[in-house]
Design a protein around this ligand. Structure first.
Ligand code: ACO
Length: 325
């Protein structure tokens, strides 16, 4: 059976930076409040690029780094909760923008767990016989932010990151995985709800497009269910936290990472962190962190490192992959 390998990583964020101080000029907040509660200092907010533009930039970069032509790509999966539209998918737009005419392409929606769910899916495509594909997490969350709601507007940012997956591995890429969903708790984090029309000729009801969140409930979910999930994945792999080189968790909040490390009894310094620069970019946060960590030399794709990748968010969804790089 062929094994999947992550052979390239890339990320792209819009140029425009919005700092906490910039936000304090338009809403009743402060750098001190935002940084002390979340660890976020700034975020990138798009001016004229949509989700497929950010994702296509990542796709182009992956091809360039691998010295491949676009027609050598078999599939493209884009994990996103902020697609350009419901149809065509953002992945189909990326396929067209990078001219990967042989690739089949589709979006995967699992909120902040999207990249982890998509990488799990893509690994099965490779072990099932495909040669290579792209898995990209891309978000323009600023489209869905209510700038008058300081409790959500300060948390999110725009960006994209992704990996090239090829069938050239010599060992399994995913040592163990543990993916979960609990739809019964879905109401604590919502956006872009399409309401039913009350009758054929009735006016459409307004779309409830903004991100709405019960912050306390999400915080509790993150610090209760997620470390348990990581622990169970480690047990499946017969590993202990000290066997893991780095934990790449969804970048929502540094206090969540502090609590996770404590609960797992793992060194906090192994939990890589970049939400200070990007905010919460949902499905893009883990691939941006992975790409940045490879580019700054913290991680290597070829040193047999064991990393934990864990997403958690809307759905509710959460899940861990223990990955052998
Ligand atoms: N600036 C200043 N004050 C604010 C702001 C802000 N941006 N936002 C809220 N406040 C105020 C509130 O109005 C409240 O004031 P009050 O006491 O007068 O009513 C006060 O601050 C405390 O509000 P809380 O919501 O209780 O603040 P808390 O300490 O719980 O922190 C936070 C809020 C940071 C959102 C926290 O609940 C959290 O981290 N939750 C996790 C949610 C998360 O990370 N979501 C990301 C998306 S989901 C995901 O990615 C998993």
């Amino acid at each position: 059976m062929p094994f999947a390998k992550i052979t390239q990583v890339a990320h792209y964020v819009p140029e425009n930076i919005v700092s906490n101080d910039d936000l304090a000029k338009i809403m009743d907040t402060s750098d001190e409040w935002i940084y002390s509660r979340t660890g976020i200092k700034q975020r990138h907010i798009t001016v004229d690029e949509n989700t497929s533009d950010l994702a296509a930039k990542v796709g182009e970069q992956l091809l360039l780094q691998a010295d491949l032509s676009a027609d050598q790509i078999d599939f493209i999966i884009v994990a996103t909760i902020s697609p350009d539209g419901s149809m065509p998918s953002t992945a189909a737009l990326v396929q067209s923008k990078i001219d990967a005419h042989r690739a089949f392409a589709y979006d995967l929606t699992a909120a902040c767990s999207g990249f982890v769910f998509a990488l799990s899916t893509a690994e099965k495509l490779i072990t099932g016989g495909y040669t290579r594909g792209m898995v990209i997490g891309a978000e323009v969350l600023s489209k869905s932010l209510d700038w008058s709601d300081r409790s959500t507007a300060v948390l999110f940012g725009d960006g994209a990151g992704g990996v090239l997956l090829e069938n050239t591995g010599t060992k399994p890429l995913i040592i163990a995985e543990h993916l979960r969903t609990d739809g019964s708790r879905g109401n604590s984090l919502t956006s872009n709800h399409l309401e039913l029309r009350p009758g054929l000729l009735a006016r459409p009801k307004p779309v409830a497009e903004f991100i709405k969140m019960d912050g306390r409930a999400i915080f509790d979910f993150a610090v209760r269910d997620v470390p348990k999930n990581i622990q169970e994945a480690l047990e499946k792999a017969n590993l202990k936290p000290e066997d893991i080189d780095y934990f790449l968790l969804h970048q929502a909040n540094s206090r969540i990472l502090d609590k996770m490390a404590k609960k797992l009894g793992a060194e906090r310094s192994k939990f890589l962190q970049n939400m200070q620069d990007y905010g919460n970019t949902s499905a893009a946060s883990i691939p941006i962190l992975l790409s940045e960590s490879v580019k700054n030399g913290k991680l290597s794709l070829d040193k047999n490192s064991k990393i934990v990748q864990t997403g958690f968010g809307g759905g509710l969804t959460w899940g861990t992959l223990i990955v052998n790089l």
